[in-house]
Design a protein around this ligand. Structure first.
Ligand SMILES: Cc1cc2nc3c(=O)[nH]c(=O)nc-3n(C[C@H](O)[C@H](O)[C@H](O)COP(=O)(O)OP(=O)(O)OC[C@H]3O[C@@H](n4cnc5c(N)ncnc54)[C@H](O)[C@@H]3O)c2cc1C
Length: 419
């Protein structure tokens, strides 16, 4: 079980009957679905959110809680693909997403928001030089505060010699993922949305005035449907399944180490990520008593418990001081990669969708969830720079990422060589 869920007052499974007709049906009760539902319900549309598992059973209760600028492709990559204006707009969405969550946290969310920043560790001296260069040459209008930390000063950030220096992003933040989820749930319900868990939508058919959703608790007729299923997009919509790549991300939490010991390891309490292709990410727990450590722990997907040994080894290489500590929690979830590493939102065959955050949906999912909700209402504020971009798939890909294990193997080799 995720550490965060153990400490949160998750609602008991619901038993309520479903309405037979709604204006808006949202499939998936994670950050995306709840944020969208809040918008449509607040505008007076009868809104129902269904989740196959518990509320937030997908990634939204089990992530690392790190909040950072989260558009993966660089401005120059996007510019060569889409032109300067669209590239700029897409990057701005990434900045706006963080700003949106920050303002929500300040006004309406009880999510344990902490603005302690992030240390981005360089895996090699070459990576450090590239990071320092990039920090100096940020595209105008897209600047973030960044300070370069040479290896000689690294001990102020992390009690480890593992990295070759790095960069600090002082405005990055962290949240308690489950508290964020519960806050978004309260906002959606407070706006009038009904949220029902343990009720999968097994099939969707086009009906006379919208859609019919087939569930174990009966058929729901909906004028509009939003697919907010991200890395859990199953056979319900084969078109979407061909466009998102579910990838397992694995996490462990150490036993309580005590605040002093955790501060000795990460003196400023920052999130830590690094420049490897197979990324690791870690941070102090929300109460500052433990280290929560995550990454891609296996070539092929595995039970999270089977990954504990590997994650401990990965953590022990960075913090040899932690080699003998006990691990109290281990869990995993499916993030949704896309073939162009961009999120996607819009409409296909009349059904709305919003997904594909490539493992960085803590800021992106609430923000784009709100935007897609606004689009469903026909509001101009809902427009984004991602609208209308092609949502690519690949031949022979139908939802089973057969290429993942060889790719992770190749990336590990690249990391080991230090390219
Ligand atoms: C281990 C881990 C660590 C992460 N760390 C970070 C981090 O530090 N920072 C960051 O930015 N991001 C992180 N992420 C990613 C982030 O959590 C996700 O991008 C985000 O939560 C996605 O939210 P969502 O609402 O779109 O999808 P989800 O929360 O995954 O919700 C999708 C929901 O759809 C439901 N569903 C699927 N099919 C059906 C159906 N047929 N009927 C009904 N319901 C259905 C599922 O049950 C699920 O609850 C991490 C993810 C994991 C797994």
């Amino acid at each position: 079980m995720p550490l965060w869920v153990e400490n949160a007052a998750m609602p008991p499974p619901s038993t309520q009957a479903l309405p037979s007709r709604v204006d808006v049906l949202v499939i998936g009760a994670g950050y995306t679905g709840l944020s969208a539902a809040r918008e449509t319900a607040a505008a007076g549309r009868a809104t129902l959110v269904l989740d196959a598992g518990g509320i937030g059973a997908g990634c939204s209760s089990r992530n690392g809680g790190q909040v950072a600028y989260s558009i993966k492709p660089s401005f120059s990559t996007l510019k060569s693909k889409f032109g300067a204006d669209t590239a700029f707009g897409i990057c701005r969405e990434g900045l706006d997403a963080v700003a949106y969550l920050r303002s929500l946290a300040a006004q309406q969310l009880d999510c344990g928001w902490r603005e302690d920043g992030c240390f981005f560790g360089a895996h090699t001296a070459r990576h450090f030089r590239r990071m320092a260069r990039d920090a100096e040459n940020q595209p105008r209008g897209l600047e973030q505060r960044i300070s370069v930390v040479p290896k000689a000063q690294q001990s102020g950030e992390i009690a480890s010699d593992f990295y070759h220096g790095g960069c600090v992003y002082p405005d990055d933040a962290s949240v308690d993922p489950a508290r964020l989820l519960l806050s978004l749930l309260r906002l959606a319900q407070g706006s009038g949305a009904s949220v029902v868990d343990c009720c999968a939508v097994n099939a969707i058919r086009s009906g006379r005035d919208g859609f019919e959703a087939l569930t174990p608790r009966g058929i729901v007729h909906a004028r509009q449907v939003l697919l907010a299923t991200n890395g859990y997009s199953g056979p319900l919509s084969p078109w979407h399944r061909r466009r998102v790549i579910p990838i397992g991300s694995y996490q462990i939490a150490t036993e309580p180490l005590g605040g002093d010991r955790v501060r000795a390891l990460i003196p400023r309490g920052r999130n830590i990520v690094d420049s490897r292709r197979v990324v690791v990410y870690f941070r102090p727990s929300a109460d500052g008593e433990r280290i929560v450590f995550g990454g891609r722990a296996a070539l092929a997907e595995k039970d999270p418990l089977a990954c504990v040994r590997r994650l401990r080894q990965m953590m022990g290489r960075i913090f040899p001081q932690l080699k003998s500590v006990r691990v109290s929690h281990a869990w995993a979830g499916w993030v949704a990669y896309t073939f162009d590493t961009l999120p996607h939102l819009g409409q296909h065959d009349g059904m709305y969708y919003c997904m594909g955050y490539c493992g960085q949906g803590v800021p992106l999912a609430p923000y784009f969830g709100k935007r897609i909700g606004q689009q469903m209402l026909g509001l101009a504020e809902g427009r984004t720079a991602l609208d209308g971009l092609p949502f690519p798939s690949r031949p022979y890909y139908h939802g089973n990422p057969w290429f993942l294990a060889p790719s992770v193997f190749a990336y590990r080799l690249i990391d080991a060589i230090g390219l």
